[in-house]
Design a protein. Sequence first.
Length: 560
Amino acid sequence: MNFNSAQFALFATVVVGLYLVLANGLRSRRATNIFLLVSSYIFYAGWDYRFLFLIIFSTIVDYICGLALGWRLPTRGNCALLLLLLAIAALVLCAPISWAAIYSSLLPAGAFAGGWSEPVAFRVFAPGGKWLTCIGALSAVAALGMAVAIGRRCPGSLKRQFFLVLSIAANLGLLGFFKYCDFFLAELESAIYLLGFQPQSWRLGIVVPVGISFYTFQTMSYTIDIYRGKLRPTGSLIDFALFVAFFPQLVAGPIERAVNLLPQLQRRRPFDWRQFQTGAYLIGWGLFKKIFIADNLIRLVAMAYGPTAQPLGPQTLVATYAFAFQIFCDFSAYSDIARGGARLLGIELMVNFRVPYIACNPRDFWRRWHISLSTWLRDYLYFSLGGSLGTVSATYRNLMLTMVLGGLWHGARMNFVWWGIFQGLLLCGHRLAEPMLQNITPRGAAAKRLFGLLCWIIFFNCVCYGWLLFRAESNQQIWHLTCSLLTGWGQAAEQIGLAARLVWFCWPLWLVQYFQVRTGNLLAPLCWAWPVRAAFYFLLFYLTIVFGAFDAVEFIYFQF
C-alpha cells in the first residue's frame, strides 16, 4: 500500500476520519490506541499478512525484555499467556490456511451474482501449501519460551544483561536471517567454487519483509535505553505494540525513539487545527516531491544505470546528479508524508532531513541526512565502540566500522559495503584535514564565502560519487561507470538537454529550500502571506497533475 496510491488515500481518509470521531467522541486514549494498532496491522498486511508475525514476535520479545530490564518481569502466568498468543498468531498468520475460501464460504450466494467475483472452492488449507514457515514460527516461539525460563533463573546481577542480550539477539537474528542469509550463502558458494568444486545452490530465496530494518532498530533502541537508565518500561502492551507498528512510519521511518513517541501514545491527543494544517501541507509537499520530481527523474537515472546503458561521461554525471535528487526527494517525501500523517493523528515524529545538500563536509551532511538512522548509529553503535574517547586510530576504526555497518544496513550487496567504506573514508579524511582547513580559511567575508562555495562544490560531488556506488548493481557496473566519467567530454554540449530536464524537475525543490535555509524554518511556505501560499499550492497542484508520473512507483527505501 504505497503512500502515492489510491488505496492508501482511501485507507488514510477512513482511518483519520474514524480516529477523529473516536478521539473527540469517546475521549478514550486506550480505544484510539487500539484502533490505531489494528489499522497499522491492516496497513502492513497489505504487503503480506504472514510478515505480521515478525512484528508481533519482535513486539512480544522486547515487551518482555523491557519489563525484565526494569525489574518488572511478568509473572509466569502472564508470560505463558503472551507465548500462547504468539503461538496462535503463528498458526493464523503462517499456516497455509485458505482464507479466501473460508471468507467466500461465509458469504451468501447472492454476493457472487452479476459476475463481479467467483466463489472459491471451500478448503481449510491451501492445496500444495507448505507448513515450513509455520513450523519455523512455532520454533521461534518455543525458543523464546525457553530463553525467558532461563532468564528467570539468572541471578539478579546477570538478569538484566541476559534480557538485553536476548532482545538484541532476537532482533538482529530476524534481521540477519531475512536480509543477509542468502547473501552469505551466495558468498560461500562462490568461495567453494573457487576451490574447484561445483556446489549446488544453497540459497533459500528469502523474501525480505518490508520495513524490517526500521522496526527492528526501533525496538532495539527501546530495550537499550531502558538498560542505560534513560527510559522506564511501559506496562501497556497496547501502547508498546503501537509504538512498534505505528503505520505512518512503520515501513521506512523515521526510526523513532521510545523517549519521544511512547509518551505521546500514553496521553490523550485532542484535535489541534494548526497541527492538522501543517500535517496536510507535509503530505502535499511529500507527494509533490515523489510524483513530480523523484519518479520523473527515474528516466534520467536509467540513462546511465540501466542494465544495457553505455553512457559517456556527461551522461553519467547528469544521471548521477539526477539520482542524488531522486533518492533525496523519494526518501524525504516518505518522511514528510509520514510526519504529516502522524500530525493528522495528533502525533509529532522527528525530522529526518534538514536540507542535506547544503552541507560542506561529511560531518554536517550526516547531521542533515537520514537523521534518525545517523543518530541511531552514533548513539548505539559508535558510542558503544568507544566513540572518540580512545586513541586516534581507535576513533578512525570506530568511524569506519560504524559507516560500513551503516552501509550493510541498507542491504546485502557489495555496492552498499563500498558506499559505507567511502562514507567512512570521507569522515576520517575530514577529521584528519579539519585543523588544516581551519588554518587556510580566509578571514574576509567575501573570500570566506568563495572558499565555502568551493568546499561545497567539492563535497557535493563527493556525495554524488557515493550515490554512484550506492545505485550501481555490481562491482563491474561501478568500474564501468567510474571509467565512463573520463570519456566523451568533447560531446558535452550535445547533452545540454539532459541537464535542462534535470533543472526543470528540480527547480521547485531548490526554490523552497532557498527559503528554508534563509529563514531556518523547514515549514517556511506556511509563513507566507495567503495569496502567495495559494499561488504556490496551485503551482504544485498544476505541475503534479500535468507533469507528474502517476505510476505508483514504490518508494526506494521500501527495499531496506
